[in-house]
Design a protein around this ligand. Structure first.
Ligand code: NAD
Length: 438
């Protein structure tokens, strides 16, 4: 995340965006996710039993989170933890702090985690959590108290063998450390395996912070090899300059690629000759955003995705690409660093234009893969070198990409459908082997 946890006092009331609000835009993430499931289920003739199971999250917990604010008042936040599916192992998925968190959004994100873990064949099911809040308007103390109370509320369903949270939008290593500490205090001993994305000092893994961005790079490199283009000559633009976007940008640049555009919530920067990412990172360390960076052209947020480029990496929020801008996108390849950045309507428009899109459940799976490594290391109390972690990550991501790309070619379906088919095959088998209780 790029949000430095600020020590400024809370200034404005917390804004909640309801599920109805999201639905009003006809881009409800849960509806989108279920349409994707139906499309792939139909293409592969998945057993109705398996399909029906996946339409219903296994467990939904809504909690109220009372927090004493710095001004002495008490504010009650609404939070969720959803375990979508646990047929293949414990549930796994991040925790998001954002004003637009809604139950349907968390449901969709938990479902995509189930799919993602199945696509890259990790022994996990899917989960997600979130709190409706605006962390940018909260002090560090308020964030800590909110995180600890939320952890206490969801501690009845999380645990290293049950459900293991991780960072997502606006949550970071510090938030994971508070979760680990709160859970450990409750059970009476240190339990690093309850959460991933922790600081190294308390059982975190080398390479975790960069893992999602690194996975984005690996799938793009594989795509270039399969499509026969030179990645170093393909201009790249990246929306979102948080954990996923900034690490992806740096890793592309380290490999000699040309990142011509980056953006955050305040706006975009563009330089057709390639941005100086090192300089932008230094600038960002001292400033909350890239808004006033002086050495590149500034582009308004609503025009950013339409910039000239070959590769577009949306790495911010859902519904960045919709039917209102899909036609204006110039990229030939889209690599979904974010979860759910492309609406289904936009998918259809892009497919018709011949754009190749590597879907979220494959493109951003590097994060959960190294989270899995972190959990394995915690369980064994035996830690690996960064070289070993990156080598194992590469093997898993390249293997999953190959499986999905081959199926996309063989079945003549888009890559999202192919990725769903790969994941659903594993999920369908697990469900039928386990059978139904009672
Ligand atoms: P983050 O909080 O670190 O960063 C989010 C970034 O998006 C920030 O730079 C923010 O300014 C920017 N942003 C928000 N709204 C924007 C907008 N409308 N236009 C442009 N930029 C905007 O979050 P993150 O962890 O990088 O997550 C980003 C996406 O990647 C989310 O969809 C998340 O679910 C997904 N993801 C994250 C991980 C992970 O390991 N962190 C793993 C897989 C997927």
């Amino acid at each position: 995340m790029d949000t430095k946890i600020s020590s400024k006092p809370s200034a404005a009331p917390v804004v909640a965006k309801t599920a109805e609000h999201v639905e009003a835009h006809d881009e409800n993430p849960w509806h989108q996710a279920m349409e994707q499931l139906d499309r792939a289920g139909k293409a592969m003739k998945l057993e109705p039993f398996a399909l029906e199971r996946l339409r219903h999250p296994k467990r939904i917990l809504t909690v109220s989170v009372p927090v004493k604010m710095d001004d002495g008042s008490v504010k009650v936040f609404e939070g969720y933890r959803i375990q979508h599916n646990m047929d293949r192992g414990p549930a796994k998925g991040g925790i998001r702090y954002h004003p637009q968190v809604s139950l349907d959004e968390v449901k969709a994100l938990s479902f995509w985690m189930t799919m993602k873990c199945a696509v890259v064949n990790l022994p996990y099911g899917g989960a997600k959590g979130g709190i409706i809040c605006d962390p940018k308007k909260m002090s560090k103390g308020e964030l800590e108290r909110m995180t600890r109370r939320y952890t206490a509320e969801i501690s009845i369903i999380i645990g290293p063998d049950k459900d293991i949270p991780a960072p997502d939008v606006n949550t970071n290593e510090q938030v994971m450390a508070w979760i680990m500490d709160t859970y450990s205090m409750t059970i009476g001993y240190a339990c690093p395996g309850v959460v991933t994305g922790k600081p190294i000092e308390i059982g975190g893994s080398l390479g975790r912070k960069e893992a999602t961005g690194r996975g984005v790079f690996y799938v793009t490199r594989e795509l270039a090899a399969r499509r026969g283009f030179d990645l170093r000559k393909a201009p790249i633009i990246i929306q979102g300059f948080g954990n996923v976007g900034s690490n992806a940008a740096n890793i592309f640049a380290e490999h000699g690629c040309k990142v011509v555009g980056i953006s955050d919530v305040t706006g975009g920067l563009y330089d057709p000759k390639g941005l100086d990412l090192h300089d932008i990172m230094l600038y960002r360390e001292k400033n909350e955003s890239v808004a006033n960076y002086g050495k590149a052209e500034h582009v308004p947020i609503d025009k950013f995705l339409e910039l000239p480029c070959d590769i577009l990496v949306p790495a911010a929020m859902e519904n960045a690409i919709t039917k209102s801008n899909a036609d204006k996108i110039k990229a030939k390849y889209i690599i979904e660093g974010a979860n759910g950045p492309t609406s289904n309507d936009a998918d259809r428009i892009l497919n018709a234009k011949g754009v190749i899109l590597v879907p979220d459940i494959l493109a951003n799976a590097g994060g959960v893969t190294v989270s899995y490594f972190e959990w394995v290391q915690d369980m064994q109390s035996l830690f690996w070198s960064e070289k070993e972690i990156n080598a194992r990550l590469q093997e898993i991501i390249v293997g999953a990409f190959t499986e999905v790309y081959d199926l996309h070619e063989k079945e003549k379906v888009d890559m999202r459908t192919a990725a769903f088919m790969v994941g659903l095959r594993r999920l369908g088998k697990a469900a039928s082997i386990r059978g139904m209780y009672p």
